[in-house]
Write a protein that binds this ligand. Structure first.
Ligand code: ZN
Length: 555
């Protein structure tokens, strides 16, 4: 079904609660494993429908933030989500108690996740969770409604990106001044929202019996396979083995763009003197090139992309009233992925066709799995699907970038490599913030600036007081909305580099492994999935060092 034809109706919470109670009562009485699984399949159906409505509401609200109808619906879901979540937890508790034998069908990961979900949720948290959702919405709205005066036009933050990366240094300097001015002018509110979020989440952690929010934050990320100390070890590996590699890349880039010895923060996103490679086509042509690429890549990707286009499951054109950023989500009732983005004429548009389509492709493949829990994927794995697709699509870059395809390949590799220190720094920052919830906004900024000196020592913020004082992170949605999410990107980026190294040696073999990983979805734990795919676990000491050595020789 085409997206615009998909009916939306606000779920009746009371009816949902009654239906859920009925399922739970029947689980009490069910005798056989088969009977219990039949009941569980009805639960799948109920949950799928609520999720589909919630996602449709979110997409339509994001697509036009001035539309009052879906703004109301989104508010409804903000308020209802904790209630729905609490219903799910009650159901999971019942399932674990009355149908433990279903572990043979739905698997041990599902049961472990139910245990975590139960541990992470209690009805007493609901008022705080509602407030937390409202604060995230307030932050999103503040950023989305930014209007930056630029050459006689009013641009949102996302539409400023091309100017921040302009090959003309004076243009990007002016763009950064305007861009940063928005954050500096709103610093008080940005601080206030974040401070309220930290205090709110800390309170939730304490209500669940912890010293702070961190254990609850981990449970919310559904960390079912490793703990805080493994992540701390990974961060240490990044500092020791990856930061020096990334710094070499920055130095080489500085020479290439003629700012060696004089590199400024305004040069961060610039890779070539003649400008960063940008797509040569219109948005429509980029989509068409995507179609051709996925047709040629494999029969599976071809079927997927055609399905997306036929059903209008892309909303990628930039509009002033759209939410900034991009994402992929899934509409379970239709087994349909959906991709949301804001095309702005930069290479970021192609990332949507590669990265977000990687997520969507995996969703499309695993959506056919009758065991719904297998779709309950953690981000450390999910981002492998997307980030590796960015590399698997390298042979087709010429369709998007013409004679600058090689430049894009280089830029993409360098950008991906330099992301790891940044992402890891975001993770360390969040540990500092949530382990020390009484830090003042000023102390938080100082902590951020200190981390920048460790993870991105080349940064020079001369002339930008707001960044020099540690304000850069306030533009990062994940830091407000999704605590502890960022390290998953870094773990996945590491695995996607493993694929990059592998495909350069044997593309076909690497692709087969990738397909296998996509289809396995969340049917096993992190280590088991990586092992089945033939990937090394990033936590293993030396993992990053080996990749850096291999990549160094390519650069
Ligand atoms: Zn992603």
């Amino acid at each position: 079904m085409k997206f615009h034809e998909m009916p939306y109706e606000r779920p009746d919470l009371k009816a949902c609660q009654a239906a859920m109670k009925d399922l739970m009562d029947r689980l009490d009485r069910a005798a056989s494993k088969e009977e219990k699984f039949e009941i569980h399949k009805e639960y799948y159906k109920l949950r799928d429908h609520i999720m589909t409505m919630s996602e449709i509401s979110m997409i339509r609200n994001d697509a036009d933030m001035t539309d009052p109808v879906y703004e109301e619906e989104n508010k409804f879901f903000d308020e209802s989500r904790p209630i729905l979540q609490s219903m799910e937890v009650a159901y999971a508790r019942k399932l674990r108690e009355k149908a433990p034998e279903l572990i043979d069908i739905i698997g041990p990961v599902a049961f472990k996740n139910m245990e975590i979900a139960e541990r992470a949720m209690d009805d007493k948290l609901i008022p705080l969770m509602q407030e937390e959702n409202a604060l995230c919405t307030r932050y999103g709205r503040l950023l989305a409604t930014a209007k930056i005066e630029w050459e006689g036009e009013e641009l949102n933050l996302s539409l400023m990106t091309p100017y921040l990366r302009s090959s003309d240094r004076s243009v990007r300097k002016a763009a950064y001044e305007k861009y940063t001015a928005f954050f500096a002018e709103n610093q008080e509110e940005l601080d206030e929202i974040y401070d309220l979020l930290v205090k709110n989440r800390t309170e939730q952690g304490r209500m669940m019996g912890y010293d702070n929010f961190v254990p609850l934050g981990y449970d919310r990320m559904q960390r079912n396979s490793y703990d805080k100390s493994a992540i701390a070890d990974f961060r240490a590996q990044v500092k020791k083995d990856w930061v020096p590699f990334a710094e070499k890349i920055h130095q080489a880039r500085a020479e290439r763009i003629g700012v060696a010895g004089n590199m400024s923060y305004i040069d961060e996103g610039v890779y070539f003197l003649n400008g960063n490679p940008a797509p040569t086509g219109t948005p429509e042509e980029i989509l068409a090139a995507g179609g051709r690429m996925y047709d040629e890549l494999s029969p599976e990707t071809s079927e997927f992309f055609r399905f997306m286009q036929e059903n209008e499951l892309f909303d990628v054109l930039g509009r002033k009233t759209k939410r900034t950023g991009g994402y992929m989500t899934f509409l379970p009732d239709y087994n349909a992925p959906f991709i949301f983005a804001n095309f702005n004429g930069t290479a970021g548009d192609v990332d949507v066709i590669t990265h977000e389509c990687g997520h969507a492709f995996q969703g499309y493949l695993s959506g056919k799995d009758p065991i719904r829990e297998h779709a309950d994927i953690t981000m450390d794995i999910a981002e492998i699907h997307s980030m590796s697709m960015e590399f698997f699509t390298e042979p087709w870059y010429k369709l998007f970038f013409g004679d600058r395809a090689d430049d894009y390949t280089r830029m993409h590799l360098e950008d991906s490599a330099c992301f790891i220190p940044y992402g890891t720094m975001v993770d360390e920052f969040q540990h500092i913030v949530y382990e020390n919830p009484d830090l003042t906004p000023k102390a938080r900024r100082a902590a951020w600036r200190d981390l920048e000196r460790q993870y991105k020592p080349h940064l020079d913020y001369t002339g930008n007081e707001y960044y020099e004082n540690g304000g850069f992170w306030q533009k990062q949605h994940h830091i407000y909305d999704l605590p502890f999410y960022y390290i998953d990107y870094c773990l996945s980026q590491t695995c996607s580099f493993e694929y990059k190294v592998w495909m350069d040696e044997n593309y076909k073999e690497a692709w087969e492994s990738y397909l296998k990983l996509c289809r396995l979805s969340a049917s096993d734990f992190y280590g088991g999935l990586l092992e089945a795919a033939g990937l090394e676990i990033p936590f293993n000491d030396g993992c990053l060092r080996h990749i850096a050595e291999k990549l160094q020789s390519r650069l």
